[in-house]
Design a protein around this ligand. Structure first.
Ligand SMILES: CC(C)(COP(=O)(O)OP(=O)(O)OC[C@H]1O[C@@H](n2cnc3c(N)ncnc32)[C@H](O)[C@@H]1OP(=O)(O)O)[C@@H](O)C(=O)NCCC(=O)NCCS
Length: 113
């Protein structure tokens, strides 16, 4: 079956890691952070990706988000030195949609499923 995956959002990431399936826009409400929700979401996404027969996952993490980066490294992701600048929409806890632009480094993980 052909892969439904079309590549990472960032062009540098897509070119450097064409097989990596990017997990994007992870956000846990403030009051539930630090309780394992984010880790569980990432693990669930990795399992879904693995079930499609795909073997590498990726996350983009902003320069100014060392806490998220630490979490990804703990979950087995590694730094790649590949960066992209991208724009995205995100919602505040109150539901207001905001636009942001950030420079992300791609972190990748080889799935051992
Ligand atoms: C990053 C995020 C998804 C992690 O979700 P989570 O449910 O808090 O994650 P877990 O409980 O599984 O793991 C906790 C780890 O998350 C990281 N983390 C990042 N931001 C955090 C925050 N604001 N509060 C608590 N932990 C945070 C820490 O590394 C923490 O580990 P530590 O014990 O080493 O400090 C969540 O904090 C979040 O929504 N942050 C804002 C949006 C964001 O930055 N998304 C990631 C974009 S790449």
């Amino acid at each position: 079956m052909p892969s439904p995956w079309g590549g990472c959002v960032g062009s540098n990431a897509r070119e450097a890691f064409p097989q990596a399936v990017e997990i994007n826009h992870i956000q846990v409400r403030d009051e539930y952070r630090g309780q394992g929700v984010g880790s569980a979401l990432i693990t669930a996404a990795e399992q879904l990706i693995g079930r499609q027969g795909l073997r590498q996952t990726a996350v983009g993490v902003a320069d100014d988000n060392p806490n998220a980066k630490r979490l990804y490294l703990r979950l087995g992701y590694r730094s790649t030195g590949v960066f992209d600048v991208s724009g995205y929409e995100w919602a505040t806890d109150g539901g207001t949609v905001r636009h942001a632009i950030e420079r992300d480094q791609l972190l990748v993980k080889d799935l051992m499923l």
